[in-house]
Design a protein around this ligand. Structure first.
Ligand SMILES: C[S@@+](CC[C@H](N)C(=O)[O-])C[C@H]1O[C@@H](n2cnc3c(N)ncnc32)[C@H](O)[C@@H]1O
Ligand code: SF4
Length: 467
């Protein structure tokens, strides 16, 4: 068992007296979102195509795959956007890209012997529904022609409701999409104008209704807090209006303002951005309203109806976290297609070339367009499991997890010592090697996970704030 004595004492004797401002000043740090561990900035160029091909060839043919397909195009730029996308005015680059994508799928499948089952398929972006109805069908025909997609596979697509025709909605139904994620963010006109994303409730409602009619049964709505001019009243009004769409899931993302990485975010008036305390208040108020409306709060930023598979997975301890956020996806091998897409295999992570020219050159030369990656060590796997459990369940049993990996829990000695301050502040408890994040600690779970991150350098500028 880990020696935890020294973290049980209190630096501050009454955590209830500590203000949010004080907590934010100490725990709202620039830390990763932990959609993977190790996180993508630690991937190395030494992991290239040859390593990936080797890993693919070693995969157990009986184990189903999860596929992620990235479509890096949008019709117009939301100034807050942190995604890997490009604005296009013409369809020609999108059509040309689909050819490349299908070639990449073919090249990857050639690296296996025989056909593979697929249990999860996610189209993300950018805006995948920028593909015409005919091209969506072409993409799915190619994927189904290459892989054996399970009849009950989870097939999800990210949608910008402002740019979706009823033709495309019908195509999504025909190709078997059963879950759609609709970007909405905030309905307040002042906020929408300040981020260059004007979108009415009515157009969102219209698409939601059409999707359900087309057989896309499960809907997720993306909301954001921390945007310019955003107010708690505006957010709560947005949530109340969104409840009329009866989504199965809601994501509540904190705006990640990283203008040093995403230069277009400089178009946002920083003076209009809420400060840390206002952001925190927005987050907590929105989370409370969603729970009052009957949603289960999952991890950091997802909410799901109690009978939704995500909430069921939380209860049954089958929840996972990957590059799409919280997921029911249990596949041990996840292949990524398209520029910047990340794949995760039991052996490690790979990321495709981010820039379209490099991606194109590789695919046209018949190469898998891997730019960098990371071969996992046993130590990485152990720490990854700890961080995933904390992010998913806000709790981890270090003794049980170490035993599962054949290691001594002493390996976490320093990390547990590093929890002394959050323990004293009432953010976590450590008892018998079990770490539990308290409701007050939940908004800071990323900062708590960072204590278990062996790669984290004090690189303050890389990530967005924790809250
Ligand atoms: C790929 S987009 C969703 C699909 C579609 N492109 C759209 O915007 O409607 C994924 C979601 O990421 C969130 N997002 C984008 N940029 C973000 C940022 N800088 N910080 C936090 N969340 C962000 C938004 O909620 C957005 O809906
Ligand atoms: S938020 Fe969505 S629609 Fe807006 S630019 Fe980013 S990916 Fe495109």
């Amino acid at each position: 068992m880990i020696c935890i004595k020294s973290v049980e004492g209190g630096i501050l004797s009454n955590p209830a007296m500590i203000s949010s401002a004080d907590l934010l000043s100490r725990y709202d740090q620039r830390v990763p979102r932990y959609t993977s561990y190790p996180t993508a900035p630690h991937f190395q160029p030494r992991v290239q195509e040859a390593a990936y091909r080797g890993w693919l060839a070693e995969l157990d043919p009986g184990v189903p795959l999860s596929l992620y397909v990235h479509v890096p195009f949008c019709d117009s730029l939301c100034w807050f956007c942190g995604c890997h996308t490009k604005i296009v005015q013409r369809y020609a680059p999108v059509a040309a890209y689909l050819d490349l994508l299908l070639r990449e799928v073919e090249l990857t499948a050639d690296a296996f012997a025989g056909r593979r089952r697929v249990c999860h398929l996610h189209l993300g972006g950018g805006t995948p529904t920028i593909l015409s109805a005919a091209d969506l069908e072409r993409l799915f025909a190619a994927l189904r022609g290459t892989f054996d997609v399970d009849v009950d596979a989870d097939i999800a697509v990210e949608i910008d409701p402002r740019a979706l025709t009823h033709d495309s909605v019908a195509a999504l139904g025909r190709v078997g999409v059963n879950r759609a994620s609709l970007g909405l963010q905030d309905l307040d006109p002042r906020v929408q104008k300040a981020v260059n994303r004007v979108q009415s409730l009515e157009e969102t409602q219209d698409i939601a209704t059409a999707l359900r009619r087309a057989g896309v049964g499960s809907l997720n709505i993306d909301l954001m807090y921390g945007l310019p001019h955003q107010t708690i009243a505006g957010m709560l009004a947005t949530i109340d209006a969104v409840m009329g769409l009866a989504p199965q899931r809601v994501c509540l993302f904190g705006y990640a303002h990283v203008p040093w990485m995403k230069q277009h975010q400089r178009l946002i008036d920083e003076a209009a951005l809420p400060g840390p305390e206002d952001r925190f208040a927005q987050y907590m108020a929105a989370a409370e309203r969603l729970q009052e409306a009957g949603y289960v709060w999952i991890g950091l930023d997802h909410f799901a109806l109690p009978d939704d598979p995500l909430a069921v997975a939380l209860r049954e301890r089958r929840l996972h976290r990957n590059f799409q956020g919280y997921t029911t996806d249990e596949a041990s091998a996840r292949l990524g297609f398209g520029p910047s897409a990340i794949g995760g295999l039991p052996q490690g992570f790979v990321q495709n070339a981010t820039a379209m020219p490099a991606y194109r050159t590789a695919v046209e030369a018949g190469q898998l367009p891997i730019q960098r990656g990371l071969a996992l060590s046993d130590d990485d796997r152990l720490h990854s499991a700890v961080i995933e459990q904390l992010m998913c369940y806000l709790e981890v049993d270090l003794g049980a997890i170490s035993r599962r990996f054949g290691r001594s829990p002493d390996i976490f000695g320093d990390a547990v010592q590093g929890l002394a301050e959050p323990v004293a502040d009432g953010l976590v408890t450590v008892e018998e090697g079990i770490i539990r994040v308290s409701p007050r600690g939940r908004p800071f779970v990323r900062t708590i996970c960072a204590r278990f991150d062996r790669y984290l350098a004090p690189d303050a500028q890389r990530h967005a704030r924790a809250v």
